[in-house]
Design a protein around this ligand. Structure first.
Ligand SMILES: [Mg+2]
Length: 119
């Protein structure tokens, strides 16, 4: 399913319930943060090198919370008038320029933490 089709599906779900009245960009940005944190909470207190998430019972909820994040993001972009596909492709192109693969491969530093790049 294409991104715009998924977005239309989320819009139809919301419109059928008359929930658009609650879906300002601000409220949806907050909801997106809440859902992202629900996803994060599933990994809370997991040990480095241990199972992720720590509790096996949480595993099925990871996909559910990831889906909530996507639903909120699609809804946010729709209500905020953002072409999410274009925005993502532009951001990815900028990141490719900022982080040339042949120079950063295997490193996790931020772009301004490469002293050898400074002029
Ligand atoms: Mg959730």
């Amino acid at each position: 399913m294409r991104l715009e089709d998924l977005q239309a599906r989320v819009r139809a779900f919301s419109d059928a319930r008359d929930w658009a009245q609650f879906h300002s960009p601000r409220n949806l940005a907050m909801a997106l943060s809440v859902e992202a944190n629900e996803l994060l909470a599933l990994y809370l207190w997991a040990k480095d090198g241990g199972p992720q998430p720590a509790e096996p019972g949480r595993v099925p909820h990871v996909a559910e919370e990831a889906a909530d994040v996507l639903i909120c993001l699609l809804n946010f972009a729709d209500r905020a008038g953002i072409d999410l596909e274009a925005a993502m492709l532009a951001k990815l192109a900028a990141a490719e320029e900022k982080y040339p693969a042949d120079r950063v491969r295997g490193q996790a530093r931020k772009y301004d933490e490469y002293p050898e790049w400074k002029k």
